[in-house]
Design a protein around this ligand. Structure first.
Ligand SMILES: N[C@@H](CCC(=O)N[C@@H](CS)C(=O)NCC(=O)O)C(=O)O
Length: 375
């Protein structure tokens, strides 16, 4: 299988990655790392995870082409320039489908491209500006060529987001890609999935917003915008479109909340009351109590956030929610389930995550998975 996860079956960081592999319906081989024998500190392991931790992931079929992330937003953008006789020049017009239409004649008369930036909304209008705005750009690293002399010339089309182009076939054999840090791995997987399963024409809803589609009964059938149908289950993308900066930022906030306000406290609780007893060590009860109190205060805030939205980044689940699951589930055997049970919105949120089929495939320990089961 192209994906290999080097992990320890009951480690929460390993479960975090395996959970997302299941969510996205990506089969994988597990290479168990024997932490009891300190295999995670071996020279061989450190080459791939220099901090001596699990997990790391190897993708033998990586997405290696460069994809423009920020392309024309699907709204009309008007850049105005001053200092010209007619004062106003429309720079770029974008249709609802997100395809950029030709600039107005005034814009095409501009003498030279002003920028190779790919930020159409910003529309970098130079002072000289009879508003040469590159037609919302394909984010080329190389300088843009001089425009065609013919003012009627068609500008290059801007693809809708996600890119309408399939990934360009590599010209050389791909090198396997090795990734460590569980959240970096999941983000790579979700974005790769989004790009490689998106159809040419985005629906009116985008990314994680589009919700569950209608099951077609066809395994792995592409539904566009990151959706795929496996039996009765629809895979949803778990990240918003990076082209939608507002939704992407909400997702970033939620992702940071998990790392800054949850992980360290929930991790301490699980470490003291689950991990230490498992390896024959005495828990530090003072540390446990302190973490319990601190996490309680943080989850009070979660409860307020989740009073007005179903998930941390909005109304659909994203990686930011799912990243909580392994450590949140561990609160129960650690005797701290009250932290979740006592807060109604946190409880509803947790139960929605915990009830997902993907978690059933991971909660008792990570194993190799061929893509079967879990509808
Ligand atoms: N930030 C890392 C944390 C990984 C981590 O802490 N893994 C634990 C197991 S859950 C580990 O390898 N611990 C051994 C050690 O730190 O020496 C990630 O998310 O991948």
């Amino acid at each position: 299988m192209p994906i290999t996860l080097h992990a320890s079956p009951l480690s929460t960081a390993s479960q975090r990655v395996a959970l997302i592999l299941h969510e996205l319906h990506i089969p994988f081989d597990l290479v168990p790392v024997d932490m009891a024998r300190n295999a995670h500190k071996s020279a061989e392991h450190l080459v791939n995870q220099p901090f001596g931790q699990v997990p790391f992931l190897v993708d033998d079929d990586p997405l290696t082409d460069v994809i423009p992330l920020f392309v024309a937003p699907a709204t009309t953008t008007t850049a105005t320039t001053e200092g010209t006789d007619n004062a106003t020049t429309t720079a770029t017009t974008t249709t609802e489908e997100g395809a950029t239409e030709a600039p107005t004649p005034a814009a095409t008369e501009a003498p030279a491209p002003a920028t190779d930036e790919a930020t159409p909304g910003a529309a970098e209008v130079t002072p000289a500006a009879e508003a040469q705005v590159t037609p919302a750009a394909e984010a080329q690293a190389t300088p843009a060529p001089a425009p065609a002399a013919d003012p009627q010339a068609e500008p290059p089309a801007t693809p809708p987001f996600p890119s309408s182009r399939p990934p360009t076939p590599p010209t050389e054999p791909k090198e396997p890609l090795t990734i460590y840090e569980s959240r970096a791995i999941t983000r790579y997987l979700a974005l790769k999935h989004l790009y490689t399963t998106s159809s040419a024409k985005p629906s009116s809803q985008s990314g994680a917003e589009s919700g569950a589609g209608v099951g077609s009964g066809v395994r792995g059938e592409g539904e566009g915008n990151g959706q795929q149908v496996f039996g009765s289950r629809t895979v949803v993308p778990l990240v918003p479109s990076p082209g939608d900066l507002g939704k992407w930022t909400a997702f970033e906030v939620a992702s940071s909340v998990e790392v800054a306000n949850f992980e360290m406290f929930a991790g301490r609780i699980g470490f003291e009351k689950v991990y230490k007893p498992r390896v024959g060590q005495e828990p530090d009860l003072a540390a446990y109590e302190a973490a319990h109190a601190q996490l309680g205060a943080k989850l009070d805030v979660y409860d307020k956030i989740l009073a007005s939205q179903a998930y941390l980044a909005g109304d659909t689940p994203t990686l930011a929610d799912l990243h909580h699951l392994p450590l949140a589930a561990r609160l129960f055997p650690a005797g701290a389930g009250d932290l979740i049970e006592a807060r109604p919105n946190v409880k509803r949120w947790y139960e929605a995550l915990e009830g997902r089929g993907a978690w059933r495939g991971v909660r008792n320990g990570v194993q190799s998975w061929g893509g079967e089961g879990e509808e």
